[in-house]
Ligand binder design. Structure first.
Ligand SMILES: *Cc1c(COP(=O)(O)O)cnc(C)c1O
Length: 409
């Protein structure tokens, strides 16, 4: 049982009025954006307890996304490892194949209620872009997705998907032409017409209220998991594990358990190929407090204090910052942050595919890999609940091309 001051714990659950979790978060935006962010915060405060909004969102979660997602006891894998029992929260079975649809539906509905005509966002590998384009098509909003020219060339299937869904993919052509430039381009476009557009951020990052809002929309994952675990096992899980990029799927799972101090919680970051700057994205493990995209958090920085280059086999985890709530949860030691290498993630990708017939996203494979390490150290009566944030269909070509030989392909 962990011993954590209740008042520290309280501050880990809700940000203060200015959007701070401890010293992290806040809203560092150009003066022109300040009233717009305030407007979004106020609109969100209004709708989040509105029964009509809640009912509409619940209807879509059930009949469109396919919630609740199942909780699956991975007996083959558990038996093979010979320790704790592993349970998988199957976010990979959601419509569009990952957890991102949870907050995209929320953000699209919010945009609609605010009278916006268009929803815009940046995307790196295209996962957030596809989920948002999907929600925009459903809710009836125009959708512009900003994407680096380099990523557009690399992520062809997702670019095509967004087009089919009716979204416009707009290339960011300056600088390195990847995710950071896409964010710059999207912000610029947002500033040109903030009245008709809503910028839908893709994780629990960015200026207040986004980290709180995206967290709230993702918390359905943890609420369902808690209920399902109680139903299946009659007790809470002993351990939770989720991968951490910006931190949305993980905080979604963790949130409803933060005050259950008997539950050990692990966030798993990508250690990439080495701990040299540029070879990983292990922000909470190796970063220092800093500023990125309008908020304060742990940040991987170069010599000049600028966001450092990052790299991991799972492009969805490729972010030098991390959500402010995670930054605070690390400091108060409520969540333990670990890291997993590219190699370990690939091992876990094949292990889960071949023991359970489930191909995980490479991002989720990081969480599975940590479960594979932890389970044998624990007794058979213990349980580990892993958030399987997405499915691996998007990764199969890349994995086979790069690692196929080692696995007989
Ligand atoms: C985007 C993505 C992630 C990482 O984002 P978080 O905000 O940290 O959850 C993890 N898993 C999958 C499948 C993703 O698409």
């Amino acid at each position: 049982m962990k011993n954590i001051d209740r008042s520290l714990l309280q501050a880990s659950v809700m940000p203060d009025v200015n959007g701070y979790f401890g010293e992290y978060g806040g809203r560092f935006v150009p003066p022109m954006l300040e009233p717009l962010m305030q407007e979004i915060a106020e609109a969100y405060e209004q709708i989040k307890d509105d029964p009509v909004f809640i009912e509409e969102l619940q209807y879509l979660q059930k009949h469109y996304t396919g919630r609740p997602s199942p909780l699956f006891h991975a007996k083959n894998l558990s038996n093979k490892l010979g320790g704790a029992q592993i349970f998988l929260k199957r976010e990979d079975l959601n419509h569009t194949g990952a957890h991102k649809i949870n907050h995209c539906l929320g953000e699209a509905l919010l945009a609609k209620k605010m009278g916006k005509k268009k929803i815009i966002a940046e995307t790196g590998a295209g996962q957030h872009g596809v989920a948002l384009a999907t929600a925009a098509a459903l809710v009836g909003l125009d959708c512009d997705i900003y994407m680096g020219e380099v990523d557009i060339a690399k992520e062809h299937p997702n670019v095509v998907r967004m087009g089919i869904l009716g979204a416009r993919v707009i290339p960011a052509t300056h600088g390195l032409k990847t995710l950071k430039e896409a964010v710059d381009a999207a912000f610029e476009a947002y500033l040109k017409d903030p009245v008709n557009q809503l910028y839908a951020i893709g994780s629990v990052v960015g200026p207040h209220p986004f980290p709180m809002m995206v967290r709230d929309f993702q918390s359905i994952v943890g609420r369902e998991a808690k209920e399902q675990m109680l139903e299946m096992e009659g007790k809470l899980p002993d351990n939770l594990i989720a991968c951490v990029g910006g931190g949305s799927n993980s905080i979604g799972l963790f949130s409803p358990f933060l005050e259950d101090l008997d539950v050990n919680i692990y966030g798993v970051e990508p250690a990439g190929t080495s701990f040299k700057t540029g070879d990983h994205a292990a922000t909470l493990t190796l970063g220092k407090p800093g500023m990125i995209h309008g908020f304060k958090c742990y940040l991987l920085q170069d010599e000049n204090g600028e966001p450092a280059a990052v790299n991991t086999v799972a492009s969805g985890l490729d972010y030098p910052g991390v959500g402010p709530q995670h930054s605070y949860l690390k400091d108060i030691k409520r969540v333990t942050y670990e890291s997993i290498t590219d190699h370990e993630a690939i091992e876990a990708f094949f292990e889960l595919s071949r023991t359970e017939g489930i191909i995980p996203a490479l991002e989720s494979a990081h969480a599975v890999a940590y479960a594979v390490k932890l389970a044998p150290k624990l007794g058979k009566e213990k349980t580990i609940l892993v958030n399987l944030s997405g499915r691996g269909d998007k990764d199969v070509d890349y994995v086979v091309e790069k690692y196929g030989k080692e696995y007989g392909l």
